[in-house]
Ligand binder design. Structure first.
Ligand SMILES: O=C(CO)[C@@H](O)[C@H](O)COP(=O)(O)O
Ligand SMILES: [Fe+2]
Length: 221
């Protein structure tokens, strides 16, 4: 059985006060701080890179869950490691040698995650799963916050969960208080959410509801 980990996506935060936004989320019960790294090439949007992670690191002890939506992720392993990233999650679609990349991430002292876009079949991760700390099943096309959750991706989550009961399975994109139950029942335990947390009247209650829903679904499995 795996436990719930709730990861607010700082993409929906006020970047002008990123450190305070991170601390606010941790105080409200967040487990991870999800940092969306976009290069304007792998995805049609541009956000932040290792220099921002490096500036942020002294201001928070939070777990920096870095989701790299970039071409050639190999290029950034050293920079993210020295910046203080805790987890380096790359897209399988962006690399030619995932096994070597996972080894390099681990050798640099970070946890390794592999992300799959909605149209990528989940079996591509199976050969690597035992060497991964987390698999991210995207539930929107990567690139922007605020998109609608794609329920079709849930079959991939349940297939992955039935093969790997102890794996941290992350879902990312459009998660909210309406669809969390579907994601939890499919077997997701690491929940990324930007809009639904940051736009909520009571973000702490949303975080608590996500955790309760995931932990109850896990207990029932
Ligand atoms: O990776 C991405 C988008 O590509 C996400 O992490 C989003 O930032 C999540 O935001 P919401 O869909 O929850 O608003
Ligand atoms: Fe993300």
């Amino acid at each position: 059985m795996v436990v719930a980990k709730i990861a607010p996506s700082l993409l929906s935060s006020d970047f002008a006060c990123l450190a305070q936004e991170c601390e606010r989320m941790l105080a409200l019960g967040a487990d991870y701080l999800h940092m969306d790294v976009m290069d304007g090439h792998f995805v049609p949007n541009l956000t932040l890179g290792a220099p921002i992670i490096k500036c942020l690191r002294p201001h928070t002890k939070g777990f920096l869950d870095c989701h790299l939506m970039v071409s050639h992720p190999e290029q950034w392993v050293d920079d993210f490691a020295s910046a203080g990233a805790d987890l380096f999650c790359f897209h399988i679609e962006a690399t030619e040698d995932a096994a070597a990349l996972i080894d390099r991430i681990h050798a640099k002292g970070m946890k390794a995650g592999m992300a799959v876009k909605p149209k990528t079949p989940i079996d591509v991760v199976y050969p690597f799963a035992s060497n991964l700390d987390q698999v991210l099943v995207m539930t929107v096309e990567p690139g922007f916050g605020g998109q609608a959750f794609m329920p079709d991706c849930m079959q991939k989550v349940s297939d992955l969960r039935s093969k790997f009961p102890e794996l941290d399975i992350q879902v990312d994109g459009g998660l909210d208080t309406e669809n969390i139950a579907v994601a939890a029942k499919a077997g997701a335990n690491v929940i990324v959410a930007g809009s639904s947390i940051f736009k909520a009247k009571s973000p702490g209650e949303v975080i608590s509801l996500f955790r309760k829903t995931v932990d109850e679904a896990q207990a029932a499995m």
